[in-house]
Design a protein around this ligand. Structure first.
Ligand SMILES: [Zn+2]
Length: 444
């Protein structure tokens, strides 16, 4: 589904943006540091708040180099594959072939887009495998290769079963409304995005991981989480708290909120409950509650919906230009054909690449807000919210081998959470109640 970004692109940005995992706060948004009483000589702000042992640091540096390289190569390779399909006339050839095997247009289209999905998935497989191998090498992933391949197979099946019909529908719209198709695609993609946010936790997630009520094995923890619920006024009843058996695949630590309306829920990885002190879990839960209380999912959906309007308009113009400029050479007459439709997907892939820092900046903004909310939410519930938050970030960073000093450009472009260092530094300085002050979201 890597290239099937149209409707999915907003969603991807969303879903990544809303899992807590590893993030931090943009410096500009940080409130002025509170000078704590005076006694303890406060560490200078430049001192790291997130640190790793020399051995872990070397591993983190090496792994993050690999991650970045894979990311850059993967993006370029993804665009190259689309270009090769178009410029090598493979797309045009495939279109010709599918018209010969059925007289029904919809069957031709389904086969065309299913094969397209298979090709792009197989093309990205080697790089994904390198990513998995390096994750295993550094002890983050513990998933065996057969299980990993099984997951790849499931993703491919979903791409074929769900992605192909959606592409067929969009392709049909381009054909029946050659001038205004981008508006119609936009209109239809909105309910599709909302539906996928609603259905993902019910239909997609259980295909890849096992979930059970958090209550079942962690009743005591749920009772503690209820104290945060009471303080935040969040409507997260215990039946909306789930435990995900992440330890079968990963050593990473994580928690996230997902779903919308009736499927909205809080999910905790079992690695988190197994390895983090309860106080820190309360902080993570407070962070996730922040996403809930501050309505981050609806807000981001709205922002992305507006962005998509312009993206679809721009990509329609771009795709049509590609066909005018290269169509003769590629064997493509218009964007309305099967192969021609791929020029629109190519255009969207390029535009979404350049929008990456925009969507990530929005995501970092909300993550920072959730961090503030989380730290304020545990005030009065844990002995020292500052210490708890900083320690939680260190646990998160170490579990994922996060780089303590990522390049600012990489952070700006690629991080959907602020870096762990930024988050930990902010947490260390953030104590709004000192000297009788009050929090941004809580008075007490
Ligand atoms: Zn978050």
């Amino acid at each position: 589904m890597r290239f099937v970004r149209c409707a999915v692109f907003a969603l991807a940005a969303l879903t990544c943006g809303l899992s807590l995992c590893v993030s931090q706060a943009p410096a500009a948004a940080q409130p002025a540091p509170q000078s704590s009483a005076q006694a303890t000589p406060a560490q200078p702000a430049s001192t790291d708040a997130y640190t790793l042992s020399p051995e872990k640091l070397a591993q983190a540096k090496a792994l993050n180099r690999i991650r970045l390289t894979l990311e850059i190569v993967g993006t370029l390779w993804g665009l190259a594959v689309l270009w090769i399909l178009l410029a090598g006339r493979w797309a045009a050839g495939l279109e010709k072939w599918v018209t010969s095997i059925s007289r029904f247009r919809w069957i031709q289209g389904l086969i065309f887009f299913a094969i397209f999905t298979v090709i792009t998935t197989i093309a990205s497989l080697p790089l994904d495998a390198v990513g998995h191998a390096s994750s295993r090498h550094y002890g983050i992933s513990v998933q065996q290769w057969d299980g990993w391949l099984g997951d790849q197979g499931k993703s491919l099946a979903l791409g074929i079963l769900i992605g192909s019909p959606i592409l067929l529908l969009f392709n049909w719209i381009v054909r029946v409304s050659p001038r205004r198709y981008w508006i119609w695609v936009w209109v239809i993609s909105l309910p599709l995005i909302v539906a996928s946010v609603v259905l993902t936790p019910l239909v997609i997630d259980p295909l890849f991981n096992k979930f059970e009520p958090l209550m079942k094995t962690h009743a005591e923890l749920v009772t503690k989480l209820e104290t945060v619920v009471a303080r935040t006024g969040t409507n997260i009843p215990p039946e909306r708290m789930f435990l995900m058996k992440a330890s079968e695949k990963s050593n990473g630590i994580n928690a996230y909120v997902t779903g919308l309306g009736a499927t909205k829920r809080f999910v905790m990885w079992d690695t988190t409950t197994d390895r983090m002190p309860d106080d820190e879990i309360l902080f993570i839960f407070g962070h996730e509650s922040g996403h809930y209380v501050r309505n981050h999912i609806p807000k981001m959906l709205t922002i992305f919906a507006v962005m998509l309007f312009f993206v679809f308009w721009g990509c329609a113009r771009f795709g049509e230009w590609l066909v005018r400029r290269f169509g003769a050479r590629w064997g493509i007459e218009s964007v309305a054909g099967r192969a021609g439709f791929l020029t629109l997907i190519f255009a969207i892939s390029i535009v979404s690449f350049f929008l990456t820092p925009v969507t990530n900046t929005i995501s970092r903004h909300y993550e920072h807000e959730a961090d503030i909310f989380g730290q304020e939410a545990i005030h009065g519930l844990v002995p020292d919210p500052v210490k708890t938050s900083v320690s939680a970030f260190n646990h998160l960073g170490e579990a994922w081998l996060e780089d303590p000093a990522p390049s600012p450009i990489v952070e700006f472009w690629d991080y959907n959470h602020p870096s762990v260092q930024t988050r930990a530094k902010f947490a260390r300085e953030y104590d709004p109640w000192v000297n009788g002050g009050h929090g941004k979201f809580f008075d007490k």
